[in-house]
Design a binder for this molecule. Sequence first.
Ligand SMILES: [Mg+2]
Length: 298
Amino acid sequence: MSNYAKALKNMQPTNDCLVAIDSDGCVFDAMGIKQRECFCPMMIAYFGLQPVAEAARECKEFADLFSKTRGANRHKTVVRILTELLPSHPETKKRGFKVPEFKYYCRWVNDPDSLLSDQGLEQAIVKAENNKEKHQLQHVLRWSKRVNEMVAEIVKNVPPFNYVRQSLEKIAHKADIVVCSSTPVAALEREWAEHDVAKYVKVIAGQEMGKKAEHLAIMCEKYDKDKILMIGDAPGDYDAAKKNGVLFYAINPGNEDNSWKKFYEEVFDKFMAGEYAGDYENKIIAEFEEYLPENPDW
Ligand SMILES: [Mg+2]
């Protein structure tokens, strides 16, 4: 077991209730800047989408920020854009633009056995059956690494949403807090310390400690399920909560400040009073789903 995972396993509750909080796009307003300023320009450049740059940008926003695939793996959303969203975009049709196929890359992404990371791409490059496949995967790997560089350079000093600080302060008096994220731990520790909010948190759980559902499974051994509340901004957060049978509160994309205000003024007290489950939670989740449609309106 890694030292990271041990920290989560060995964590001792000091309260009966636990609030698990996602970080990116939930506490910190980092998703927009990451997608708009880093992923999108490089996607346009590396995938040859310059003739339909505006449309590509709309697709990127829809896929990664404001639809069911919000927060999904970078490769999955790029394939969604190349094969589904961009070819059906009216601007693409109007210009008669043929979206590049990237068929070897798409095949790799759609293979359920693929590890969708830089490391997984490197493995696939070694196993490539011909030069075309190899060059295509190498090209995508360069894109992915270029994006990582840009994120490190550009995404910094991004503050927490309004009412996050007050909420953490309020929670910390009565319940335990863990960060439950799929970002690398080092980046999480840096961000939470930079904004002086790490002091409220018992453990910062990131990528190295497993998936979010696995973090929550460890927590379920320490707290009653109806005393665990997961706060997140993406369908993956909701799925992780429901997989473990714990409660979920949504930070609605594009309306984060209000979601945190509501949490601070109302939701946390309901949770502590044992009144959150049932109709109240169902209403929160139904509203969240409206924020993240399946299909675009084009
Ligand atoms: Mg998130």
